[in-house]
Write a protein that binds this ligand. Structure first.
Ligand code: SAM
Length: 290
């Protein structure tokens, strides 16, 4: 697919070389709280946080993610094995949108299977890391809540922990993905498993005792001294996520809860072998558009 086939005139693309990171505030003095955060504040906080923290994220997790692997989450479930988007052979020639692509590792894996991926992310710095790895995938800097593509531009859409956990209005994202997919298209996305919100985000034994209500949807917010959010994550229960998918016009065809594999001895924030063997850490929603 040529870029002019899917990009409307007002779309903006990433070009250029890796340069200086964005934002000055590294968020170290931020205060953690639970409070409401709307769409604009969440989006602004995400862009700033990921611009400031992309370097650290890629240096800490880049080896695990690989330059051209498609990993669904800290358990290490690989799309090569899971085939949630379809068999590897079926990907050839498919137009695929990756949302919250970070350094576009998943898109690179898709391209190697003959697919035509487009990697979208809100963070300029994350996309600069994509360019650092290679300039082989088209990159688009945009918000998942306002996809700069024409209707019915893609056969598949995917997101490994990108955007969905960070937006205040996930139904809007579902509707946008539905709009840009062709009939019969598949949308697969992973998020932190909702049950994790009831537990402290700690990899050790202290992360095994319920400390908050699973039913409390109040967002997790880190805010600066002026009270402006510098990081936001939104909690939805499992039922909320199912209703969001349906409200977006999709059929839910599977909900995958990857088990922690014996080979994986790596901790990733609050995800660890200890907790992973006891409670799910990731939920992957496999959806279809009729
Ligand atoms: C946890 S990272 C995941 C990146 C990549 N999928 C991976 O597995 O490494 C989340 C990504 O979502 C992006 N993101 C957050 N909110 C977004 C939004 N509203 N629209 C688009 N991307 C967003 C961030 O910039 C970040 O790159």
């Amino acid at each position: 697919m040529n870029q002019e086939d899917y990009l409307p005139e007002d779309a903006f693309e990433i070009a250029g070389q890796v340069g200086a990171a964005g934002g000055a505030d590294d968020g170290e003095d931020a205060e953690a709280t639970r409070r409401e955060a709307g769409e604009a504040e969440s989006s602004r906080a995400s862009r700033g946080w990921w611009d400031r923290n992309a370097d650290e994220y890629q240096s800490e997790h880049g080896a695990f993610l690989g330059d051209d692997r498609f990993v669904w989450g800290p358990e290490g479930l690989d799309e090569a094995e899971a085939a949630l988007l379809g068999s590897a052979a079926s990907l050839a020639g498919k137009d695929v949108l990756e949302i919250g692509a970070g350094a576009a590792q998943c898109s690179r894996w898709l391209a190697a299977r003959g697919a035509r991926p487009v990697a979208l992310d809100l963070s300029h710095r994350q996309l600069q890391h994509a360019l650092r790895i290679g300039d082989d995938v088209p990159l688009v800097e945009a918000d998942a809540g306002r996809l700069p593509f024409r209707d019915a531009s893609f056969d598949l859409a995917c997101s490994a922990y990108g955007a969905v956990p960070f937006v205040a209005d996930p139904v809007n994202v579902m509707r946008e993905v539905h709009r840009v997919l062709r009939p019969g298209g598949r949308w697969v996305f992973s998020v932190t498993h909702p049950i994790r919100w009831a537990f402290p985000d700690e990899p050790g034994p202290e992360g095994l005792s319920v400390a908050a209500s699973y039913f409390d949807r109040t967002p997790y917010v880190e805010q600066d001294e002026q009270g402006s959010a510098v990081y936001v994550e939104h909690h939805r229960t499992l039922g909320d996520r199912v209703r969001d998918v349906v409200a977006g016009g999709f059929r839910l065809v599977d909900l995958v809860e990857p088990e922690w594999p014996a080979w994986n001895d790596q901790e990733w924030g609050g995800w660890s072998p200890l907790r992973g063997n006891l409670i799910p850490g990731t939920a992957i929603f496999v959806c279809e558009r009729d």
